[in-house]
Design a protein around this ligand. Sequence first.
Ligand SMILES: O=c1[nH]c(=O)c2nn[nH]c2[nH]1
Length: 295
Amino acid sequence: ASLAAARYGKDNVRVYKVHRDEKKQTQTVTEMTVCCLLEGDIETSYTEADNKPVVATDTVKNTIYILAKQNPVDPPELYGAILAAHFPAKYSHIHAAHVNIIVHRWTRINVDGKPHPHSFLRDGAETRNVEVTFRRNEGFTITSKIGGLLVLKSTGSAFHGFHRDEYTTLKETWDRILSTEVDAQWTWKRYQTVAQVESDAATFDKTFEAARKTTLKIFAEDNSASVQATMYKMCENILAEAPRVEAVEYTLPNKHYFEIDLSWHKGLKNTGKDAEVYAPQSGPNGLIKCRVVRR
Ligand SMILES: O=c1[nH]c(=O)c2nn[nH]c2[nH]1
């Protein structure tokens, strides 16, 4: 047998950082969960029980905290790049690092119409995520993500004209509930240095906000012919708004809400245009994926 691939490190490293603006008497917080995995000349630690090449995962964890203290943690793309580049720079036998960051929501609380200086709420399980791979002599591959953005529309969604045969029972519909949990990501043109990533810092934030806004706008306004058709429009818009983005990928579960026929009860009408009470389904669910690139 031989080792075909190997990477190791620390996962689920929870990090909180506060920024205190003395002048404005306002504090800002960031909370994230970090995974950092290393690749390099580490084969003998697997094949010969030789621990000499092992930078301990505990050391990786310590490094995550130290670099969070010494560097900005926002945008996560920049902190991810600083962290990923650190290991090949520090350890000549480590050639690549893979960093995954999940940024959790702490939205500033508005009290009596005013943003509170140091109080926040977790308004949803939605996260902003980043995946950074740094490989010596190759630079950074950065992917930015929206995770877990749960949306529903009560109409404005149809699904008809699909293929029918002896396996098909699904009825066509011109008016259905559409609900999904948006998992969207966009991959940037390769960066060569941390300085180049830093020079684009504002672009990462701007693009995240634009992608989120576009997703919600198209979800709401598109008279959806299908999940496929609506998600393609989202991807097209993001590519148009972010010239440095090379590809956009969406993964959308179709979280079904089924009509409940109640006509057996005294002829109670609750289907078609009379449908009001539905059964939300945990599963099975549709799962629709796409990757859209520039022509
Ligand atoms: O939007 C949809 N796309 C599909 O492919 C599909 N299949 N069943 N329902 C569906 N809805």
